[in-house]
Design a protein around this ligand. Sequence first.
Ligand SMILES: Cc1cc2nc3c(=O)[nH]c(=O)nc-3n(C[C@H](O)[C@H](O)[C@H](O)COP(=O)(O)OP(=O)(O)OC[C@H]3O[C@@H](n4cnc5c(N)ncnc54)[C@H](O)[C@@H]3O)c2cc1C
Length: 365
Amino acid sequence: MTWSRRDVIKGLGLVAAAAVLPSACSKSRRVRLAPVHVSRDRVLRTVVGLRPFRPSGFVVRSERLAGQTIVHNYGHGGAGVTLSWGTSQLAVEEVLKSRDTNIAVIGCGAVGLATARLLQQRGLSATIYARELPPNTTSNIAGARWYPFDVFDSAVATPEFLAALWAVSRVSYAVFRRMLGPEYGVFLRPTYACRSEPFARESLLNFDSPIADLLHGLRDMGTDESPFPHYPIVRTFESMMIEPATYLAAIIRDYERAGGSIIQRHFVSAAEFATLSERTIVNCTGLCAATLFGDVEMYPIKGQLTILKPQPEVDYLALPPDLYMFPRKDGIVLGGTFEHHVASLEPDLAAEARIMSAHARFFAQ
Ligand SMILES: Cc1cc2nc3c(=O)[nH]c(=O)nc-3n(C[C@H](O)[C@H](O)[C@H](O)COP(=O)(O)OP(=O)(O)OC[C@H]3O[C@@H](n4cnc5c(N)ncnc54)[C@H](O)[C@@H]3O)c2cc1C
């Protein structure tokens, strides 16, 4: 498209008119969004996963065990996809200290895969061993919005942990930004967080949050432009969505193209690691690290998602209080359950009904 001088002057005139006549333009300013159709007949499936949560935050450290170096990289809570590249970079720095070149990675979720790829990129040979492979990992259940949330308990986490968290968040964010597009299933989407009360002091959506600059365009919408005018506060920003099915498959493809292999194997105890030929092992077993290594601090937070039939016209995220709606190629994801210390993978039909009806009310408004 080319612009003539006349068009530009005309455009400037409109901008000036908008500045002096806000009420005249208020109707045309309102953001119109395609509504999500929430009904029983649109439900494709309801899935459950367990977030590997540690109140003091994720673990990245190494230890010696029976002549092997074990580098831990687990406990990412509700943000394992989000943080995967950042914590894995820290884990790889630990691996490099061992000077080994053949490395075993236990786990084939988002964290194990990021670790394996980074090892390859540093010129090391990585072999993945895992009990379950995508699409059967917790990482496949994730929403998955880039957002370093539900990773620690503020009553317990240290300032050192928080500094590490914000640093790895940035590293990970930068890696995902380089993957934007359909090949890796990483997309930028406008997001609307709706509230009746001000955001909590510790919310990452506050303007002074440590990641505010990564939530591009973060601002409160005027009531004349808000797509959800029944909420007094509608904060908008750009979210990065990582579609797990596409993303995990693409990383496995990259890993295998670079010569990596995946061996399906279940380790009943950490002592079984001694049977591996590799002397340096990265433990990316998510929640299972609690039993393998006796980490009594880690516990599950059960989360349930209901997936509705896809609606390609819905290209935004909505975050009503205690709920979330993510649009994906494989469907509309409705979520909002966080059950601490619940280890069941059984879908909760009452929770499904509650999430469905709350979203139905939200979109009916
Ligand atoms: C409902 C829900 C929504 C979520 N939404 C988001 C989101 O929007 N954004 C986000 O970033 N995160 C989200 N998460 C969190 C995210 O899913 C987890 O933090 C992440 O999957 C953890 O990744 P991981 O690779 O550590 O573990 P996993 O994906 O669980 O992978 C662990 C791997 O280790 C293997 N393993 C385990 N034990 C053994 C063993 N003994 N022997 C051999 N192999 C073993 C497993 O088979 C698997 O391959 C969500 C989680 C849930 C449940």
